[in-house]
Design a protein around this ligand. Structure first.
Ligand SMILES: Nc1ncnc2c1ncn2[C@@H]1O[C@H](COP(=O)(O)OP(=O)(O)OP(=O)(O)O)[C@@H](O)[C@H]1O
Length: 244
């Protein structure tokens, strides 16, 4: 059985938390998933949520995004701006006749409303988000006819276009080629310099290693929180990924 004690020290204590959670429990009707989590998401840093399939990464991200409500415990956000959440499958279904640009523009709806015209500033924000994800030349393509990696970049651009100070990404590099993965890694670091707190659930160990801090989940429990160097050691990875 995996022991939590060697992994407990949290160097993120030095950073101001953007989110704190205490004895947090959450899940789905009839299925508790997260059990008594105590931890924090440091502000102005990148945090990677790592752990095996089904360990609760997406569920925790959903709780941080406010789309899944805790069943008990406390969750406290410092700051009052709504997070930008990029789930594994975006809200825009493949079947919807949306272009890439329209998809990214949806990121402005939260502030502008569904029926109001986008302002010049909104359009500039959308342009910048598309440029940063390298999808400007895909602007007029239908979302449903993109490759998985192109579609993924369009959905990340949509999240970026929301202009939040908290960006929550579920498996942002899944399906991306090495160049696109590198682009996302660089982008996330730049976003932190721009004043954004970034959290990503990931299976991509390279992405996790480039984060400032990691939360390690196993079976819906927090198995550790700390820097990648501290947490993602060969022995920890073996312990975490071995069958319970
Ligand atoms: N909508 C849902 N309804 C019921 N159970 C769910 C739902 N979504 C996920 N679960 C269950 O919750 C548990 C945690 O799933 P979650 O998606 O949070 O894990 P994960 O660590 O993100 O996994 P993966 O790495 O495979 O994406 C799993 O047992 C899963 O079957």
């Amino acid at each position: 059985m995996f022991k939590t004690s060697p992994l407990s020290p949290a160097p993120s204590q030095e950073r101001t938390p953007r989110i704190r959670f205490t004895e947090l429990c959450a899940g789905y009707p009839g299925r508790p998933v997260l059990h008594q989590l105590d931890g924090e998401i440091p502000a102005l840093a990148t945090t990677a949520l790592v752990g095996p399939n089904g360990s609760g990464k997406s569920t925790l991200l959903g709780v941080l995004a406010g789309v899944i409500h805790p069943t008990s415990g406390e969750l406290h956000h410092e700051g009052d701006r709504p997070p930008a959440f990029v789930p594994q499958r975006g809200a825009a279904g493949d079947a919807l006749p949306l272009t890439v640009r329209q998809t990214v523009e949806m990121g402005r709806w939260g502030e502008r409303g569904l029926w109001r015209r986008l302002t010049r500033q909104d359009r500039a924000t959308v342009d910048t988000a598309m440029e940063r994800l390298g999808i400007t030349d895909l602007a007029t393509r239908q979302l449903g006819e993109l490759s998985g990696g192109q579609r993924q970049r369009a959905l990340i651009a949509q999240g970026l276009a929301q202009g939040s100070d908290l960006l929550l990404l579920d498996e942002p590099t899944t399906g991306l080629d090495p160049e696109a993965r590198e682009r996302i890694a660089t982008l996330l670091t730049e976003l932190v310099s721009d004043g954004v707190t970034v959290v990503q659930a990931t299976h991509d160990l390279e992405a996790a290693r480039s984060a400032n801090t990691c939360l390690l989940l196993r079976d819906g429990r927090l198995a550790g929180q700390g820097s990648p160097e501290q947490l993602l050691t060969a022995s920890t990875l073996t312990q975490i990924w071995q069958p319970a």
